[in-house]
Design a binder for this molecule. Structure first.
Ligand SMILES: Nc1nc2c(ncn2[C@@H]2O[C@H](COP(=O)(O)OP(=O)(O)OP(=O)(O)O)[C@@H](O)[C@H]2O)c(=O)[nH]1
Ligand SMILES: [Mg+2]
Length: 191
């Protein structure tokens, strides 16, 4: 299982260079990379970057794959799945809980489904904290070619495995926290 960290966004709400913004002595994206590295089922952590930031991200020491589609996170997942089955996370998620990642991957394997994604009671999905089979890649490709960039719509086309978030340990929910604006950093305290 690959651990893919999406890093091709523009960080418009943050005001640029979000993932390399230093907090607690290291770039924000380092926390997501290390969170996935601590998962027992992830063999390799890779970064799915934009052509513009690939070089600087390479300096972090991970394999960097370039996303030239730049159609949003859906394109990042599509590129990640060219490497194999993947647990996909956003680079702006600094509080990833490795035990929760392992739980999702286990559910993914046990279910035999091609997507395993956490779902809130109101139906909202967490597709950037989910496990995907390489067999889902073609579905994503078709949808991208049709000009529809909503990940949720692609997931709804298949028989997915949903993880009800409300039934999980309360402390796992922190894993979804993501930094969109500078002020979100105030809610993140690096250890
Ligand atoms: N590979 C890849 N990653 C992306 C793309 N768009 C967004 N991402 C990443 O997906 C994650 C979630 O995206 P957002 O929260 O919208 O972050 P963002 O796009 O940088 O921020 P905004 O411009 O403010 O929306 C972040 O880690 C982004 O870097 C893309 O087109 N390709
Ligand atoms: Mg975000």
């Amino acid at each position: 299982m690959i651990g893919a960290v999406l890093a091709g966004g523009r960080g418009r709400r943050f005001g640029g260079d979000k993932l390399l913004f230093r907090i607690g002595g290291k770039p924000l994206i380092s926390y997501a990379l290390q969170g996935l590295e601590m998962s027992r089922y992830i063999d390799e952590v890779v970064i799915i970057a934009a052509p513009e930031n690939a070089q600087r991200l390479r300096e972090l020491g991970y394999r960097v794959v370039i996303d030239r589609l730049l159609v949003g996170p859906i394109g990042g997942i599509y590129i990640a799945l060219s490497l194999g089955d993947a647990f996909v996370a956003a680079g702006d998620m600094p509080s990833i809980i490795p035990e929760f990642v392992d739980y999702i991957i286990k559910q993914f394997w046990n279910s035999g489904k091609i997507v395993c994604v956490p779902r809130w009671a109101n139906g909202y999905l967490e597709p950037l904290h989910a496990a995907y089979s390489q067999d889902f890649r073609e579905i994503l490709g078709e949808q991208i070619r049709s000009g529809d960039y909503m990940i949720r719509r692609a997931i709804e086309k298949v028989d997915a495995c949903y993880i009800p978030i409300e039934e999980l340990p309360e402390e796992w929910k922190a894993s979804f926290f993501n930094v969109n604006r500078k002020e979100d950093l105030r809610r993140f305290s690096p250890l």
